[in-house]
Design a protein around this ligand. Structure first.
Ligand SMILES: O=C(O)CCC(=O)C(=O)O
Ligand SMILES: [Fe+2]
Length: 273
């Protein structure tokens, strides 16, 4: 898993969501649906092409992230949350290039504009991130290899590359999304809910050069008290039940401990059958 493994020539699957007539019941819908399913089974993620977000909106977002992260540390530290990993995260000696800000309830219209309201068992955490350019020709770790602990993650970034996703076979794919694309990725909660039928990939950020990388992730996170439990019909002889039902906030609490950080899979250690 270390940074010394050479990068693979494989590419992430690219799925076009910009198609005009993408409505349920149409052949286009069925085709996109089966592409999504295959990608999530094999890679646990894909590049979603979606040209309907105007490029000036995207540019404005990343320009304002630059202003945000340029605020004094004192100010950024005021982004606090009662839950672990939901507020300002940064100043970790192991990943000195990395810092990020959590924006809770990012789906609620009254609190944040331009996002459709979501219903269901999830809260939506928007996290905006900055990785400083290491200002060397060597590649430096931006964010360590991890699986996301939430349900589903949608990532967007500025033009500075660095995201890498690991295949099931252990190869690292460098992810170079086109400006109109988002990276959609399965987290451990959906992996557990799907009883391992969808993959939750290890991924990391590796940085080179002088330019800062800004990214934004929309993380759907199970609501407090919601128990992640795989439906019975997803377990059979071929797919024995992998995880006991668990409370996501408690799982995050475990992940935060030394044992959780040390575990190869915090999820398996915490609630593996
Ligand atoms: O910056 C990125 O593109 C990835 C960030 C990430 O993996 C995370 O915050 O979980
Ligand atoms: Fe991640």
């Amino acid at each position: 898993m270390g940074s010394e493994t050479p990068l693979s020539n494989l590419k992430l699957p690219v799925i076009d969501f910009s198609i005009q007539s993408l409505n349920p019941g149409t052949p286009q819908w069925d085709s996109v649906r089966s592409q999504v399913r295959q990608s999530l089974e094999e890679f646990g993620c894909f590049e979603a092409v979606f040209y309907k977000i105007p490029s000036d909106v995207r540019e404005a977002v990343f320009n304002s992230l630059q202003e945000l992260f340029d605020l004094p540390l004192q100010t950024k530290l005021r982004n606090v949350s009662k839950k672990p990993f939901h507020g300002y995260v940064g100043q970790y000696p192991a990943v000195p290039l990395y810092e990020s800000m959590g924006i809770e309830e990012a789906n609620i219209h009254e609190k944040v504009k331009y996002l459709e309201e979501h219903i269901g068992s999830a809260n939506y955490l928007l996290r905006v991130m900055k990785y400083k350019g290491p200002e060397t020709t060597e590649t430096k770790l931006g964010l360590n290899a991890h699986t996301d602990k939430n349900i589903l993650t949608i990532l967007s970034q500025n033009q500075v590359e660095g995201l890498e996703v690991q295949t099931k076979g252990g190869e690292w794919i460098s992810v170079n999304p086109s400006p109109g694309s988002f990276i959609v990725m399965i987290g451990d909660s959906l992996y557990a809910w799907a009883n391992g039928r969808l993959h939750s990939p290890y991924h990391r950020v590796m940085m080179t050069g002088n330019e800062a990388r800004y990214s934004a992730g929309l993380f759907s996170v199970p609501k407090a008290g919601y128990i992640v439990k795989s439906p019975e019909e997803l377990a059979d002889e071929e797919h024995p039940l992998l995880f006991k039902p668990f409370d996501h906030v408690k799982f995050l609490g475990f992940y935060y401990t030394e044992a959780g950080q040390r575990a190869e899979s915090a999820l398996k250690t915490y609630c593996g059958v």
